[in-house]
Design a protein around this ligand. Structure first.
Ligand code: ZN
Length: 371
């Protein structure tokens, strides 16, 4: 197969991106670099107002390349920010094309390898506009802080109907088609004045009993985390996060919480619940037209498609909530967020090939009304 993109081109762009520090909320320099690149490819580039909401240097970058109206408008997305420690990384290249950080810091290939794939694909797709629908590139900020950039994205800028997020862990070609919802919860406990009875236990003990009971009643596949206990002996606020694979399971998990605490409180404590959806669950069947299209593009790039489910949410969850189903494709970044983080030039090149294929030839197979 003739390579669509050379290792030399991947190396030049990837090392360039890795050399620009972009911890969450400080993505301006990297955003400027990407904006320049996309504008040169003919995209109309705007930044949304998410940066002001998040007190960051810049908003999300939304770039649009108009295409044929008879083809589905598609989305390519990656995130600009890295974990904080990656800002100090020293990108180093081995003779066989592997990139790692020379000083024991995380490399920051999460997600600059994804950004590199998007930009390399954009360079090629700029010459293939007659073959595809409108293409939108969304590069988000503050993903590492709980998908904040995507959650505050200006949705009025979006035209895409389906797409790819380039941010999955695992070997290149791994296709993540499902991720759990994240829901923040907070419980306030306060003793009720019940005539003639003493409050049976402390709020802290009640909370511990209630959480144990909740865990017992939690549906399988839901994950409960407790983040904080605050208050004095009598009143208490407990907060945490819940991850569920579907809305149905989330409803069951919430009902289990209310029932568990009602059981241990026995009418003597007031339990007030607050719930906030941080991102919805998404779950695409692997025979979904989008999944089949991506898998065929991945295969055409010489990679092996591997189906996977994520244990945590990512920007693909947020896009799903906006009505834009996305598969999260792994670029081959290994050991994300650790000192062993690494990515191979060959994987970035192959994923670029897959993305170009997905956006052009493979887009034939996507029905215009997909959604
Ligand atoms: Zn990431």
């Amino acid at each position: 197969m003739t390579p669509l993109v050379s290792w030399a081109e991947v190396r030049a762009l990837l090392l360039d991106l890795l050399a620009i520090p972009s911890p969450s909320r400080r993505e301006a320099a990297l955003a400027a670099r990407c904006e320049q690149e996309l504008a040169a490819c003919g995209f109309r580039v705007v930044r949304d107002g998410a940066g002001q909401h998040l007190k960051g240097e810049t908003g999300n970058l939304v770039a649009t390349l108009p295409g044929r109206p008879d083809r589905p408008p598609l989305l390519l997305s990656a995130h600009l920010d890295t974990v904080a420690a990656a800002a100090a990384s020293i990108p180093t290249l081995t003779d066989d094309g592997r990139v790692y950080s020379g000083n024991g810091q995380p490399l920051g290939a999460d997600d600059k390898a994804g950004v590199a794939v998007v930009l390399l694909a954009a360079r090629r797709l700029a010459h293939r506009r007659g073959k595809m629908g409108t293409l939108q590139v969304v590069l988000t900020v503050a993903e590492e802080l709980g998908m904040l950039g995507a959650r505050y994205l200006d949705r009025s800028l979006l035209q895409a109907r389906a797409g790819l997020v380039l941010d999955a862990p695992g070997p290149a070609g791994t296709l993540v088609t499902s991720g759990p919802s994240h829901t923040a919860w907070q419980l306030s406990l306060q003793p009720r004045a019940v005539w003639g009875t003493a409050t049976p236990t402390s709020a802290a003990r009640l909370a511990a009993q209630g959480l144990t009971e909740w865990r017992k009643r939690l549906p399988a596949d839901c994950v409960l985390a407790t983040h904080e206990f605050a208050g004095d002996g009598e009143r208490l606020r407990v907060s945490g996060e819940l991850r569920c694979r579907s809305d149905f399971l989330l409803e069951q998990a919430r009902a289990a919480a209310v029932a568990a605490f009602a059981a241990v409180a026995a009418g003597r404590w007031q339990c007030k619940w607050q719930w906030q959806c941080l991102c919805p669950a998404y779950d695409l069947p692997t025979n979904h037209m989008l999944c089949r299209t991506v898998a065929s593009a991945v295969q055409s790039a010489g990679l092996t498609p591997r189906w996977a489910r994520a244990e945590a949410g990512c920007d693909a969850n947020v896009f799903a909530g906006y009505g834009i189903p996305c598969v999260n494709l792994a670029v081959g970044c290994q050991h994300m967020h650790t000192s062993r983080e690494t990515v191979h030039l060959a994987d970035v090149a192959a994923c670029t090939h897959a993305v170009v294929h997905f956006c052009t030839d493979a887009a034939w197979y996507l029905p215009g009304g997909l959604g």
